[in-house]
Design a protein around this ligand. Sequence first.
Ligand code: NAI
Length: 493
Amino acid sequence: MSRLKIALAPGDGIGPEIMAASVALLDAAGVSAHVEFVPVEMGAGVFDRDSRGLTDEAISTVEQCGIVYKGPMATPSGGGGKSINVTLRKMYGAFANIRHFQALPGVETLYSKAGVPVDFYVIRENLEDTYGGIEHRLTNDVIECKRLISAPGCDQVHRAAFALADRLGIALVHCGHKANIMKMTDGLFLERFHKAGENYPGIQRADVIVDALCMNLVLRPQQFRMVVLPNLQGDIVSDLAAGLVGGLGFAPSANIGNHVSIFEAVHGTAPDIAGRGIANPTALILSGIMMLRHIGLLRQAAKIENALLATLEAGVHTGDFGGGPATAVKTMAFVEAIVAHLGKQPSTREPVPVPEQHSVTFTRPDRPRVNPLLRTYEQMVSHHVGADIYIDTLLPVPELAEILQRLCEATPFKLTLLSNRGTQVWPTGSPFTEVVDYYRARFQVRDTNMIGVLGQSSTVSLFNRIAEKFQVTDFQPLKMYDGQAGYSMAQGQ
Ligand code: NAI
């Protein structure tokens, strides 16, 4: 029988220690009869040779395997080195970051002491949002980060969430967002959530503004079973969630994509305890269990999970939880205890049902010939109606407005708005609004009969006229999509 190849990246810091321990446990549970781990080179040590932090051989192995089991990897602070973790997720389109937070026996928390059950999933969009890392310095004083949210990107993560909820029998899924402020980007995320959910009539949908979500997670975590969030909000909420179940040592994650999926703990390289053999491998083991379920080794996954629960119940622990360092065992001894519990079940909580399925069902998708194109709104009709032109200037507002009005006199556009940091300062506004050296000037068609007649070149001509007089730092055409404005209003407009 040929074994499924899985790329194995031990990582940096505590990575190699917890990975060796986790793989020893998987071996003991019989996983190696079905799986062959292929080591790949990525991590801090590779940055000297390759600015991506991973070698060409590693890329090729990952693409062939389609599954990566990885330890945490250090991101160099400052400089140009990007996070390998983020690079991997983005390069391979691992769009849904699934994180499971459950109270575990032997892991005492405020909630476990109060008898409040905690068991929920955070599904974080993994590719878009501010994690695009698209940043520009626009003026002396202003730097921009572009926050991109796409409809297909939203659909991928929402469909993954509902499919998982359906599989797990979860009856209520929340969408966390900030659509009250980011009406278009988070508004799209929320709209696509409801659309994806229509295919699951048995699952109830609710939405919650992310700040209220944080408060409610702390007050009443038991009311949540699954929350889907945009990337940055999902990142923050999942660390909050890790705090509810005893810390990062207990937070596993799966990054699911159509072609490559990556399984890793939520925590980092823990440089403060690296090399001492004392790190907690639970989060990486739980991530390994998610990986086994993803590839079809359901029986082995359940066996390991029950053994882990029974071990925690028995009070065996590493230094970061349980009785603390005085009674702690080292990483390897912790895993040896789990191996000794294989075949046993927890007694203080429901054991995980052990299914019959115990062979690989995962089939690696074919290598795409070109980058797969994702499309959603195929039939939309769009028309140019103006442009937002961003200007680097220290001129006072009335003077700036006067010059811009003059510059657009002989064009199809009129100046309708000046805003600074998103707040309208002309034609109305308050002199108390403090401004910086970066204005948005909004130009819109004078004659609405021209909508549908004007093309992009008319706004580009306007841009050129403005650029003769000012430092233009950004240009954004204004368009209507199926009759709806494809741009936001300024604050105070
Ligand atoms: P961290 O998660 O490495 O450590 C935070 C604290 O939690 C430390 O006190 C650490 O000792 C403790 N801790 C974390 N995991 C533990 C474990 N398994 N057992 C016991 N204690 C544990 O976060 P930090 O210090 O902010 O980041 C360190 C490095 O890790 C950075 O270079 C960062 O970029 C990287 N990182 C990598 C991630 C990944 O590979 N997915 C995720 C987060 C951070």
